[in-house]
Design a protein around this ligand. Structure first.
Ligand SMILES: C[S@@+](CC[C@H](N)C(=O)[O-])C[C@H]1O[C@@H](n2cnc3c(N)ncnc32)[C@H](O)[C@@H]1O
Length: 267
């Protein structure tokens, strides 16, 4: 795990001031962008296949997160070019740490933060190692990453160790978005529940989906909610079909995290 940036002071006067032609050139030199950021009027991904992404997503989620985050700490997992990190910092968060495994995206995030004069910390770190980061965070953003993981529930169960306040969880969802009450148990011979469209399920992508071989497991909505609850989280808000805001409610069993029990075979 290496720190890629020294903190940049959040002060408009410290913003990187490049003339528009040079700014556009630097944006292009940093490779293809997934986040469409507005860097002083220049969009970084104007032809994104999802539109003005992730602004369109953020507009639906923004009200589920306090407008004033003064003093809060934030961990943005899979931060990409830092859109959400920057938004959290703009709301007054004291410390925002963005982590990602991709050097290109981290370089973009560093450049975007410098250009906008926003102080965020960036580290190259996988979600699977995030439990080794120091301390806990008031907000942990786990957005747009779950379905890219071969071991999604392991990542969720591990990341819970970092959540002091809220987990903001977003994933691609396919299939049903209707959650229903299910019985506590079913007999072995009941195969019918697995025919039900609303039964919690994840689709495994052996080859590729959306031309992206890193899409592994795509849950339906009921599976997301079932996994969040099973991880000991309480769902507090569901501002749009792919996003849930949760808080730790029963993440410990006998004083130990579920993931540690599971790895020890004591769950
Ligand atoms: C679809 S993008 C989502 C970016 C952003 N969180 C969002 O919601 O817009 C997935 C991001 O997760 C990063 N990523 C992939 N595997 C990761 C891992 N194991 N740990 C941390 N980040 C990862 C990718 O590099 C990429 O930036």
């Amino acid at each position: 795990m290496s720190s890629l940036t020294e903190p940049i002071h959040q002060n408009p006067s410290s913003a990187l001031a490049l003339e528009p032609g040079r700014l556009a050139q630097r944006i292009s030199e940093l490779g293809d962008w997934f986040h469409n950021l507005d860097l002083h009027g220049i969009p970084t991904a104007p032809h994104h296949f999802l539109g003005d992404f992730p602004s369109i997503k953020w507009r639906q989620i923004a009200d589920a997160i306090p407008e004033d985050l003064t003093g809060a700490t934030v961990l943005d997992v899979g931060c990409n070019a830092g859109f959400y990190s920057i938004e959290m910092k703009k709301r007054g968060a004291k410390h925002v740490l963005g982590i990602d495994v991709d050097d290109r995206y981290l370089s973009q995030a560093r450049f975007a933060a410098e250009t906008l004069g926003v102080e965020i910390e960036l580290q190259k770190c996988s979600v699977y190692s995030a439990d080794k980061l120091a301390g806990q965070f008031d907000y942990v953003l786990f957005m747009g990453l779950f379905y890219h993981l071969r071991y999604p529930l392991f990542a969720l169960d591990s990341l819970i160790k970092k959540v002091a306040g809220k987990l903001v969880f977003q994933t691609m969802v396919r299939g049903s978005t209707e959650s229903r009450e299910w019985a506590h148990d079913y007999p072995f011979w009941n195969e019918q529940i697995f025919e039900e469209r609303d039964f919690p399920a994840m689709y495994f992508i052996e080859k590729s989906y959306s031309n992206d071989p890193t899409n592994w497991w795509i849950p339906n909505g009921p599976a997301v909610e079932a996994m969040l609850r099973s991880a000991g989280l309480e769902i507090e808000a569901h501002p749009e079909p792919e996003t849930w805001v949760c808080r730790p409610a029963a993440v410990l069993r006998g004083g130990r995290y579920i993931v540690d029990h599971e790895l020890d075979g004591t769950l």
